[in-house]
Structures are given as structure tokens and as C-alpha cells.
Design a protein around this ligand. Structure first.
Ligand SMILES: [Zn+2]
Length: 168
């Protein structure tokens, strides 16, 4: 676990910048969403702001997903640049959330952040609800065509093309 104690860090620095390589096990990405197989490269830049901190995250990496139509696995690039604000839980008087607050993580102790948790949160948000191996994936019914062909039906040239595509 990579814990950053910002209170301590900002006692001696005004800006915190560091690169990390996070192992898949450490990130703990939910297996039901996908499988991260390669280490992630993460660059963090943190600055202080009025109610907490501004965290700039630059993530390079990919996840193996299962296509929701054809069930094949494919690799999706999750590389991204994100800016997050980490603030103390709002008090009763200041509690009025606006759409911009989606970029805000409220924490009991905003001075202590867990890098893996932060990265995991961003990655989960960037996995599509219905992953597709390619935008025009036409699903598993391809197998039905091949089955027909094997039974000795006249071979439609389109099926041959499909078969070649599938065996790639
Ligand atoms: Zn597919």
C-alpha cells in the first residue's frame, strides 16, 4: 500500500511530484470488471488548495475485459489524465453539492491518501458498462454460421471471411 501523508509532505514542500509503478495485486481491481495484468505507471502531482488538496493523476496501463457481445477477451487502454480534489467532509452549513463535486473525494482525513485506492477508483470509473471488443462487434452468432457451413451447406463467401476473422 502506498500511503501519502500530505500533512508531513507539505511541511517541507509546496508541490509533491512522484512517479510510481503499481503492481496489479496492489491496485486490487475488481475481478468481475476485468483483469489488470501489467503494472501501471502512475505519475502524481499534488498541490494544496483552500479546503484540501488538488491531485493530478496520470495513469498509463490497460485492462483485459470481456466483450459483452461476443464474450472474447480484449485489452482496453485505460491511460488517462485526471484531476481530483480531496477535501475534508463538508460541514452542515457548507453542504451543497454541485455537478463539479463529482471530481471531489471527501475524506475524514484528507491529509492521508492511499494511492492505490485513488487509482482503482479512477480505473473503475473508466471501464465501460458494456465493454465491446470493437464498436461494431456483431456478437456470438458467428458461430452459428460456421456450424451451418460444417454441416455441408453451400459456402457463402461471407462466411469464409468471417471464419478467417474469427480464427485470427
Ligand atoms: Zn466482441
Amino acid at each position: 500500500m502506498t500511503t501519502l501523508n500530505l500533512k508531513e509532505i507539505f511541511e517541507s514542500f509546496d508541490v509533491f511530484e512522484k512517479s510510481y509503478v503499481l503492481q496489479p495485486e496492489a491496485v486490487g481491481f475488481p475481478a468481475e470488471l476485468g483483469d489488470i495484468r501489467e503494472p501501471l505507471e502512475v505519475f502524481v502531482k499534488i498541490t494544496r488548495e483552500r479546503n484540501g488538496y488538488k491531485v493530478h493523476l496520470s495513469i498509463v496501463g490497460s485492462v483485459e475485459l470481456e466483450c459483452s457481445r461476443c464474450l472474447s477477451t480484449f485489452s482496453k487502454d485505460l491511460s488517462q489524465e485526471r484531476e481530483k480534489h480531496i477535501e475534508r467532509y463538508p460541514t452542515e452549513e457548507t453542504l451543497s453539492l454541485s455537478p463539479e463535486d463529482l471530481d471531489v473525494s471527501f475524506m475524514e482525513e484528507p491529509d492521508i491518501i492511499n494511492l492505490e485506492e485513488l487509482v482503482r477508483e479512477e480505473l473503475i470509473l473508466s471501464v465501460p458498462m458494456k465493454p465491446l471488443c470493437k464498436p461494431d462487434c456483431s456478437g456470438i452468432h458467428h458461430h452459428a454460421y460456421i456450424f451451418e457451413e460444417e454441416k455441408g451447406h453451400p459456402t457463402d463467401p461471407r462466411f469464409a471471411i468471417l471464419k478467417n476473422l474469427l480464427s485470427e
